[in-house]
Write a protein that binds this ligand. Sequence first.
Ligand SMILES: Nc1nc2c(ncn2[C@@H]2O[C@H](COP(=O)(O)OP(=O)(O)O)[C@@H](O)[C@H]2O)c(=O)[nH]1
Ligand SMILES: [Mg+2]
Length: 228
Amino acid sequence: MPPDHLLDDYVDPYDDPAARGRRHGPLRVGLGGPVGSGKTALAAALCRTLGAELDLAVVTNDIYTTEDADFLRRHAVLPDDRIEAVQTGCCPHTAIRDDITANLDAVELLEARHPGLELVLVESGGDNLTASFSYGLVDVQVFVVDVAGGDKVPRKGGPGVTASDLLVVNKTDLAPLVGADLDVMRRDAAAVRGGKPTLLISLREDPAATEVAAWVRQQLRSRAAQHA
Ligand SMILES: Nc1nc2c(ncn2[C@@H]2O[C@H](COP(=O)(O)OP(=O)(O)O)[C@@H](O)[C@H]2O)c(=O)[nH]1
Ligand SMILES: [Mg+2]
């Protein structure tokens, strides 16, 4: 890892699109975003919706606990042996971007345990708007924000909002309560994302995360077509 004072200029070697997309093994999907935006709720929803049709597993990242993994186990969205918890003990984005070893170990453990694995979701520990995954760890990344912090969030940018493969704006059910204008969020997101997709959803109203699940299926299809 480069020294701190060089991090601003640090270019992840895996950010090269040509280096992205493993040919073999499961599709690895990163779920990033601020604390409380709904990453674990989205992981649970995707497991419920896709679990019957795909061989899948989840890696969770928490700073000091295994709370997210415990939540998924408690709600029995997947068998226990398909959930691995990484305790980062440090700034969560370090573990998904700069020193990804613990996460790679967790993914490889799941792959060894389940040789037919088709999809691995990697939930990052909650961070702020600056967090993003190394493409050495994931093939595609979803950034989850919510409307509860107001409609300014997409406008504030940051690599998660601008560069993620899919931006999810969750908790649209709360928009009237916090006075957030969803059209403003949609327009601001489109303005900074250069054509990449944004979905406004409410996991409260659609616990199956139908549109996000459809996007994941599409990613699987396009990877299969790319490597056919
Ligand atoms: N009102 C509302 N609450 C939600 C929604 N999605 C998640 N939540 C709640 O938001 C809280 C944080 O969700 P969680 O998935 O733990 O967030 P994470 O920190 O990003 O993993 C939990 O209490 C969820 O039940 C939603 O669409 N609407
Ligand atoms: Mg979580």
